[in-house]
Design a protein around this ligand. Structure first.
Ligand code: ZN
Length: 408
C-alpha cells in the first residue's frame, strides 16, 4: 500500500536527490491536474529546499485528447505569442524543471496519427530553438506517478492495478519503507559512474551487436564524445542532478550516418498511443533503409519519415538485463521506465552535451560533429537475453562489453 510516508520519501528523492533544488531557484513543475495532491507535496518540498518560487504547469490528457478530436489541425499547430513568451522567459530564468508523468497511454488512441504528426512538426519548428537554448543549461527531472488509466493499461482488469504500478515504480526508484533511498542512489550512481569511466577510458570507435534473434549491427562512435551516466552537472552552478528516476543506462550519441546492419527489437514500442510490435529495422550507411513490423508497420514507417534525422540514430544506451525495470516483467507504456529495461537505441535527435564543450554548441555545430538532429527521439529496445556487444578501437583491437545481455 502506498502510505503517506512513502509518498513523502518519494517526493524528497525527486526534489533533493533528483532535481537537487537549490536555495533561490525558480522551480517549474509540470504535473497532471489529477495529481494535485502530489503537486502540493512536491511544491512544499521545493520550498523547504529553498526554492524562490514554484510555478506549476497543469497538464491533462483528457483535455489534450479533446483538442485533437475537436480542434482543427491549423489551430493546434499554431504557437501563440504568449506561449513563445513563456519559453523565452524560461530561456532567461533557466528554472529547475520537474515533470511528473502520469499519462494515460491511450490518451491519443483513435486520433488520426497524421494529425498528431503534423501538429507536432509545426509546433516544434517554433519551439525547438527555445528548447535548444535551454538544453543542458538547467537542472531538470522526470519521474512517474500512477494514474488509474495508466495502471489499468499495464494490468488490465486488475482491481489492484494502481497499487501494483505503485509497487513497481517504487521498486525501480529504490524507495521502500525500510531503506534510505538517498544512500542507495549514491551507491547506484557510483556503480554507473564506474562503468561510464571505463567506457570513456576504452575510447572505442565502434560497437558490434550480435544476438540469435537476428540482430547483427555495427555502429560508429564519435571520437572524443563522452559516455554519460546517471547524472548531469548544471554548468551554470555546478549542481549535480539526476534527470531520470529511474535510470539504469550508460549512453552516448553515435556518429550520425555511420551504422550498418539489422536491429531486432525485443519489446513493443509505444508511439503516439499506438503499439509497434515485433519489429526490425535495417540500416545502411547510417540510415534506416527498411523496416518490418508484425504490428504497426505503417506507424513505424511514418515515424522514420518524420524528418531527415528520424531515420538516423541519436542514442546508444547500455542497460544490463538485471535492471529492476526489466525484473518487473511488464511493459510500462512509458519510455522513462521502458528504456531502462535493457540495451536500446533511439531514432532521432542526439545529445550535443556528449561532445567536449557541447553545451555551448549550436544544433548546427553539433550536427557537423556527428550529432543527429530531428524533432523525434524514440527509444527502442534491442537488449536480448543473449545479446553480445564488442567494443572496437581505432587500432582494430576489441574488448567484450556485454555478454548474455549484461556487463561482460
Ligand atoms: Zn536512453
Amino acid at each position: 500500500m502506498i502510505t503517506k510516508e512513502l509518498l513523502q520519501k518519494y517526493a524528497e528523492l525527486i526534489v533533493r536527490t533528483g532535481a537537487n533544488v537549490q536555495p533561490g531557484q525558480v522551480v517549474q513543475l509540470a504535473i497532471p491536474v489529477e495529481q494535485h495532491a502530489f503537486a502540493g507535496i512536491i511544491t512544499e518540498e521545493c520550498y523547504k529546499a529553498g526554492a524562490r518560487k514554484v510555478n506549476v504547469d497543469w497538464m491533462s490528457d483528457t483535455l489534450s485528447r479533446m483538442d485533437f478530436l475537436y480542434a482543427d489541425t491549423e489551430v493546434l499547430s499554431e504557437v501563440l505569442p504568449w506561449q513563445e513568451a513563456k519559453m523565452q522567459q524560461m530561456v532567461e530564468d533557466l528554472p529547475c524543471r520537474i515533470v511528473i508523468l502520469s499519462d494515460d497511454p491511450d490518451a491519443l488512441a483513435g486520433v488520426d496519427p497524421q494529425k498528431i504528426s503534423s501538429v507536432m512538426q509545426s509546433r516544434s519548428k517554433v519551439m525547438k530553438p527555445y528548447r535548444n537554448a535551454i538544453d543542458g543549461k538547467h537542472q531538470w527531472l522526470v519521474a512517474g506517478y500512477p494514474s488509474e488509466k495508466w495502471a489499468s493499461k499495464c494490468f488490465p482488469d486488475d482491481p489492484n492495478a494502481v497499487e501494483k504500478l505503485w509497487e513497481a515504480i517504487l521498486t525501480t526508484v529504490r524507495v521502500r519503507e525500510d531503506n534510505d533511498p538517498v544512500a542507495e542512489w549514491k551507491a547506484h550512481v557510483e556503480f554507473l559512474n564506474k562503468k561510464m569511466d571505463w567506457l570513456n577510458e576504452q575510447a572505442f570507435t565502434s560497437l558490434r551487436y550480435k544476438s540469435a534473434n537476428g540482430t547483427d549491427f555495427t555502429v560508429d562512435l564519435i571520437p572524443g564524445a563522452k559516455w554519460e551516466g546517471a547524472g548531469n552537472t548544471n554548468p551554470k552552478n555546478g549542481v549535480f542532478y539526476i534527470p531520470n528516476l529511474p535510470t539504469e543506462e550508460i549512453f552516448t550519441s553515435p556518429l550520425a550516418g555511420k551504422c550498418d546492419g539489422r536491429l531486432v527489437s525485443v519489446k513493443p514500442l509505444s508511439w503516439n498511443s499506438q503499439l509497434i510490435e515485433d519489429f526490425e529495422i535495417t540500416f545502411a550507411d547510417g540510415m534506416a533503409v527498411s523496416c518490418n513490423a508484425r504490428k504497426g508497420q505503417e506507424l513505424l514507417e511514418q515515424m522514420l519519415q518524420m524528418d531527415e534525422g528520424a531515420a538516423m540514430l541519436g542514442e546508444v544506451a547500455l542497460v544490463p538485463k538485471e535492471s529492476p525495470v526489466n525484473q518487473c516483467g511488464f511493459l510500462f507504456y512509458e519510455t522513462l521506465f521502458d528504456e531502462n529495461a535493457c540495451c536500446h537505441f533511439a531514432l532521432g535527435a542526439g545529445f550535443k552535451e556528449v561532445l567536449p564543450g557541447g553545451d555551448e554548441l549550436s544544433t548546427e555545430e553539433a550536427k557537423e560533429q556527428g550529432i543527429n538532429d530531428s524533432i523525434i527521439h524514440v527509444d527502442f529496445m534491442v537488449g536480448a537475453d543473449d545479446l553480445s556487444i564488442d567494443g572496437v578501437r581505432a587500432d582494430g583491437s576489441t574488448t567484450a562489453i556485454f555478454r548474455n545481455g549484461t556487463w561482460a
